[in-house]
Ligand binder design. Structure first.
Ligand code: GTP
Ligand code: MG
Length: 383
């Protein structure tokens, strides 16, 4: 347990209650009686005084680390290259959606299925020249990402910062720059809407102006010996869109992005979106970050679990497996998993049930522990 009454603790370590209360008072606890409640941290301190130590299984379990023992250590032998995960950011109306729409239309991976692209929060493209995959996230301002960021989980490898040729740097461009610097993601700048100026000389001058604005905002662009590539594009005509995609691949190679691509590794990922759909029930988009996710796998996430009943890509076509950096829509959740929560594979449904129950119990204890101080105060007042 996370807390214990003084009388129980005395029993546990074979001490008279009076002796323990006296000692505790000496240690600085106020109004100690037999039903005074100690939280786990205090118990540890007190036990040290009597040369007792909490056993291994008594390690502090918090709601956040209940599932930790289920993870597998990284086996370097299983590491292989994975596609970069990219987010597009930039000022309002600078063209983020237009870029994503262009990429979706022109280079979606599984075109042979001919399905209608669905907005599942992420999609993969295949680059036209190098035939490599890139995963684009569709919902960067989403609550899920704020939640992940709070926990220090950053799944975005590369931020494409969109700057309109006409407006140059605007307030939200600066916000995005700040975010990029904090997040640890790498950045590429796309100067977009270049089709708006047809005269090449004028266009070059306008590009030059945005470039200077970037330098004035301390963006270490390549031209100045930095490592941020600047690519002028038009998402309307498609001009240089290939170049943007290949720039992303080049950067990802420098970053040497790898993950365990093996079904020996415990599969892990994040929920990007979730919703209830008519006829199929709870549906979520999971972005795999480790291992290989298979249909039929058992997953736990937050306070719920899932036996993967169906798995499909952004085209709505069913797939049998998903490897690192791949987004898939899955069904089979007992309850709705929350966007931003981590997904972890387990070996059986009974293990899933056991750990979800444990997590719920720990959550309950944490909640109760918060009441402990209040209870002690109340008792002291009543005494
Ligand atoms: P918000 O989601 O509102 O922040 O905007 P956004 O960044 O997604 O911009 P969006 O893609 O909606 O584009 C805004 C407007 O600019 C639309 O009218 C687009 O058609 C137009 N636009 C975007 N990219 C280009 C481009 O490359 N060339 C031209 N000519 N127009 C563009
Ligand atoms: Mg948009």
């Amino acid at each position: 347990p996370n807390y214990i009454a003084v009388s129980d603790l005395a029993n546990l370590i074979n001490l008279k209650i009076e002796k323990l209360t006296k000692d505790l008072t000496k240690m600085g606890f106020a109004n100690v009686t037999h039903n005074y409640i100690l939280s786990r941290e205090y118990v540890e301190l007190v036990l040290m005084n009597y040369n007792y130590e909490l056993g291994k299984q008594a390690l502090v379990v918090t709601p956040d680390n209940v599932y930790d023992e289920l993870r597998s250590a990284v086996n370097p032998k299983n590491l292989s290259r994975r596609p970069p995960i990219v987010t597009i950011m930039g000022h309002v109306d600078h063209g983020k959606t237009t870029i994503l729409d262009y990429l979706r239309k022109t280079s979606i991976v599984s075109e042979e299925h001919g399905g209608i692209t669905q907005h599942i929060g992420a999609f993969q493209v295949e680059t036209p020249v190098s035939k490599r995959k890139i995963t684009f996230l569709d919902t960067p301002g989403h609550a899920a990402f704020l939640k992940m960021r709070e926990r220090g989980a950053n799944i975005t490898d590369i931020i494409v910062l969109v700057v309109s040729l006409e407006d140059s740097i605007m307030p939200q461009t600066i916000e995005a720059l700040k975010h990029a610097a904090k997040s640890g993601s790498q950045m590429i700048v796309a100067i977009t809407k270049i089709d708006r100026i047809s005269n090449t000389k004028e266009r070059d001058r306008a590009i030059e102006k945005v470039t200077i604005d970037l330098m004035n905002n301390e963006v270490p662009i390549e031209k100045m010996g930095g490592d941020v590539q600047v690519v002028p594009i038009s998402a309307r005509t498609g001009e240089n869109m290939n170049l943007l995609e290949e720039s992303i691949i080049a950067l990802s190679d420098v970053m040497d992005l790898k993950a365990e691509r093996s079904n020996k590794a415990v599969a892990e990922g994040f929920v990007i979106e979730s919703e209830v759909k008519k006829s199929v029930g709870n549906v979520s988009t999971v972005l795999v970050t480790k291992g290989i996710l298979l249909k039929g796998s058992i997953l736990i996430c937050g306070n719920t679990y899932c036996k993967v009943r169906s798995m499909s890509n952004e085209q709505g076509a069913s797939v049998l497996l998903a490897d690192p950096s791949t987004p898939v829509e899955i069904t089979g959740w007992k309850h709705m998993p929350a966007a931003g929560d981590e997904v972890l594979q387990v070996s059986s449904e009974s293990i899933a049930k056991k750990y979800v129950a444990k997590k719920l119990a720990v959550l309950q204890m944490a909640k109760e522990a918060k009441n402990v101080d209040r209870i002690n105060e109340q008792r002291a007042m009543e005494a």
